[in-house]
Design a protein around this ligand. Structure first.
Ligand SMILES: Nc1nc2c(c(CN[C@H]3C=C[C@H](O)[C@@H]3O)cn2[C@@H]2O[C@H](COP(=O)(O)O)[C@@H](O)[C@H]2O)c(=O)[nH]1
Length: 306
């Protein structure tokens, strides 16, 4: 996504709390030279998949809720993916647009078999309603229709999703500039591409235009690898598990510098070792490294965007 790449680059050029250490970045690329890590999409084996339109509906609902698990220390992405899969196996109509419009908090908890209220529960329910309403209004209730209308372009799909569904419109103001991160809109395209192995609903002629997904795990991995450097104030705040405000310079720099750093890694990999790696592939490797290291301390921002 050009606007994501360009505006993230602007942040990286003007940042002060988070900077990119080019020697650290070069070192990581050198270690990756031999094996560009190939991580299977759904290596956890937790997603619903039937190679048809219901899988598209599942992935859209999954990515409508794919954010901010950390306030509940026992909750993580796997619970969401598995919970929604079970719900769909139990009731194929669970994600019909008219059902999505009516879910309550307790019903969502029940759907996910979660014993207590979910972080940002009212927002999650509001976002389900938004998805159900707009799918009904513009796409015959089906996320597969939304995907079919993007002409196999991931860029067009992200544009459609962010235009029609405000909850996916992940952007911020930073030093007087509008910055686009579009994490959940982009990861929806990538999840289709991964789940359908680049065929059918997952076939995109421009998947290379999708950037890394600015979540809260990958920035922490990049810092651990020495690619990102934090100011001591920021480092202490994260160590103290203090919340970083949504839309603050620190939050935007953590996210945008991560996107820019992964683009730099990708460029360096193709220049140095002549290997064409997709940002989606780099992202999946970095993320899988992060979720497998429970001691990883990531930043804590209450957000519906990631
Ligand atoms: N950058 C990036 N962020 C990702 C994912 C994924 C899942 N990708 C699926 C696709 C293929 C794989 O097989 C995975 O199953 C989730 N997240 C984000 O992480 C956070 C969850 O962390 P924790 O609270 O520890 O579960 C939260 O912000 C969530 O939105 C990714 O791939 N890349």
């Amino acid at each position: 996504m050009e606007e994501v790449r360009e505006t993230s680059a602007w942040v990286a050029r003007n940042s002060s709390h988070v900077t990119i250490d080019s020697s650290g970045l070069e070192k990581v690329v050198e270690t990756m030279n031999e094996s560009i890590p190939k991580v299977e999409w759904d290596y956890e084996g937790i997603h619903y998949f039937d190679n048809g339109p219901l899988t598209v509906q599942y992935l859209f609902v999954l990515d409508a809720l794919n954010f901010c698990f950390w306030p509940d220390k026992d909750l993580n992405y796997d619970h969401l993916a598995k919970g929604l899969k079970e719900a769909l196996l139990n009731d194929h109509s669970a994600f019909d647009a008219d059902h999505l419009r009516k879910y309550t908090g307790p019903q969502l908890r029940e759907l996910l078999k979660w014993p207590r209220s979910l972080p940002l529960e009212e927002e999650r329910v509001r976002l389900l309603h938004e998805v159900g309403f707009e799918l009904e209004r513009s796409f015959e209730g089906k996320a597969s229709k939304l995907v079919e209308s993007c002409g196999k372009s991931a860029v067009k799909l992200v544009a459609l999703v962010t235009r029609h569904f405000p909850g996916f419109r992940d952007h911020s103001m930073y030093k007087g500039h509008q910055v686009f991160l579009y994490k959940r809109a982009q990861i929806f395209a990538a999840d289709l591409w991964g789940a359908f192995k680049g065929q059918g609903y997952g076939e995109f002629n421009d998947i290379g235009s999708i950037t890394m997904f600015a979540d809260y795990i990958v920035p922490a991995v990049l810092q651990q690898l020495g690619v990102l450097k934090y100011s001591s104030t920021l480092e202490n705040a994260i160590r103290a598990s203090s919340e970083i405000g949504a839309g603050t310079e620190e939050e935007v720099e953590l996210r945008a510098c991560s996107i820019f750093a992964v683009e730099k890694m990708r460029e360096l990999l193709s220049i140095k070792c002549g290997k064409q790696v997709l940002s989606v592939e780099l992202d999946l490797w970095l993320w899988s490294v992060g979720v497998q290291c429970p001691s990883l301390q990531h930043h804590r921002t209450l957000s519906i965007y990631y």
